[in-house]
Write a protein that binds this ligand. Structure first.
Ligand code: F2R
Ligand code: MG
Ligand code: MG
Length: 346
């Protein structure tokens, strides 16, 4: 029973973490480095009991996560054609959620071709190379939560759900890495000692099996995620001696999955302990503040880091006052409970 309560809290933590990262990071998307002082004031104000402000809207990251969540709830697992329809309907209902132009082309083609081949339009992107953007990774949390009992199911379904919009191996493998990182958090004891090096090593070992060029693509660099995970370990080792500029330069903060998923993992692991100029005792909040401070694709990197952190700490670490400033937080919490109930029955 105790285990049951903890797991339910981790499901809510993961999905609320993804939501808060998206809503709170979105106003800074595209900035270079964001001043830690400015962010401290922003979080202090939003986290205070009396501050009134219009709700922070979520972006494409959460819109697509909700589609995937509802796809799993309705079909008791991923169903790609239904998922393609959900993404497309969602986009045409609410197009102003900050989608990139290329993924919008996929929605237009899916609709024009009546969803006949849910992977066809994504395969044709970028002259047949497919997108390597982080759009698959940013929405992957429901896959990790639903399939976490079997690593091979997580990997397989992360690939299938991503290929509806992103077929480039770097886009797909980025989603796999993000899903596996969430699974590892979900299965960790939040009160136990987490060894960041071990956490990274486990991810490295999974990526060593995922980054095999089974399709014979003849890639110039066949193991890019393993290389980035080595950088994560080196930067963790350096601790405070690694400047934000160094992290930004070595790991990246762009919309490319390769230069944002390892960054999100690093943010979660780095924020386990104090970070200069970030004043909070709450490691979940520290994760978001730190991820946003690195600039670039702030909504997405904070959302992915928030999902990993929330799955580790559970929803009791998510400050109520921050939550209430984010659009649809109650709906996301309820969806997390529904997904948890379904997973128990599966
Ligand atoms: N798109 C944004 N933010 C900027 C636009 C905001 C909007 N216009 C506004 O003002 O409101 N954010 C969201 O997009 C990211 C996820 O992107 P996704 O879904 O992966 O999109 P896409 O279009 O597939 O790829 C993103 C870009 O990556 C480059 N790229 C990808 N594959 C490529 C390839 N094979 N060759 C060359 N370039 C490739 C392109 O520049 C794509 O546009 C998240 O940040 C989300 O928040
Ligand atoms: Mg976004
Ligand atoms: Mg983004």
């Amino acid at each position: 029973m105790k285990m049951d309560i903890l797991m339910a809290s981790k499901y809510r933590g993961c999905l609320l973490g993804a939501l808060l990262g998206d809503c709170l990071g979105a106003p800074y998307e595209g900035e270079s480095l964001v001043s830690k002082v400015v962010l401290q004031q922003y979080f202090d104000k939003l986290g205070g009991p009396y501050f009134k402000a219009p709700v922070k809207m979520y972006t494409d990251d959460t819109a697509m996560t909700k589609c995937l969540l509802n796809n799993i709830l309705s079909n008791r697992g991923v169903e790609p054609r239904d998922l393609a329809k959900r993404f497309t309907v969602e986009y045409f209902n609410e197009p102003r959620r900050g989608y990139g132009q290329n993924v919008i082309d996929v929605f237009h083609k899916l609709r024009a071709e009546k969803f006949e081949d849910p992977f066809g339009p994504a395969r044709a992107q970028f002259n047949g190379g497919g997108s390597y953007g982080n759009g698959g990774a940013m929405r992957i949390a429901p896959i990790a939560l639903f399939y976490y009992k079997s690593l091979s199911d997580v990997i397989e379904n992360a690939k299938v759900s991503t290929k509806v919009t992103h077929t480039n191996k770097k886009g797909v493998d980025g989603a796999v890495l993000q899903a596996v990182a969430i699974c590892q958090s979900l299965q960790s004891n939040p009160e136990g000692k987490l060894n960041p090096q071990e956490f990274s090593d486990k991810l490295f070992n999974v990526m060593a099996s995922v980054e095999k060029d089974e399709e014979g693509l003849g890639l110039d660099d066949p193991t890019p995620y393993q290389a980035q995970l080595r950088v994560v370990k080196d930067l963790l080792e350096k601790g405070d001696a690694a400047s934000d500029e160094e992290v930004q330069m070595k790991l990246g903060t762009s919309v490319a999955a390769l230069y944002s998923v390892p960054t999100a993992i690093f943010c979660f692991l780095r924020a386990r302990t104090n970070i200069p100029e970030i004043e909070t005792d709450n490691p979940f909040r520290r994760t978001l503040q730190y991820a946003i401070s690195l600039g670039g694709d702030t909504d997405t990197i904070a959302s992915m880091a928030g999902a990993i952190a929330g799955a580790f700490y559970g929803d009791s670490f998510i400050p109520e006052n921050l939550k209430k400033h984010c659009e649809s937080s109650q709906e996301i919490s309820d969806l997390a409970d529904s997904l948890y109930d379904l997973t128990k029955k599966a």
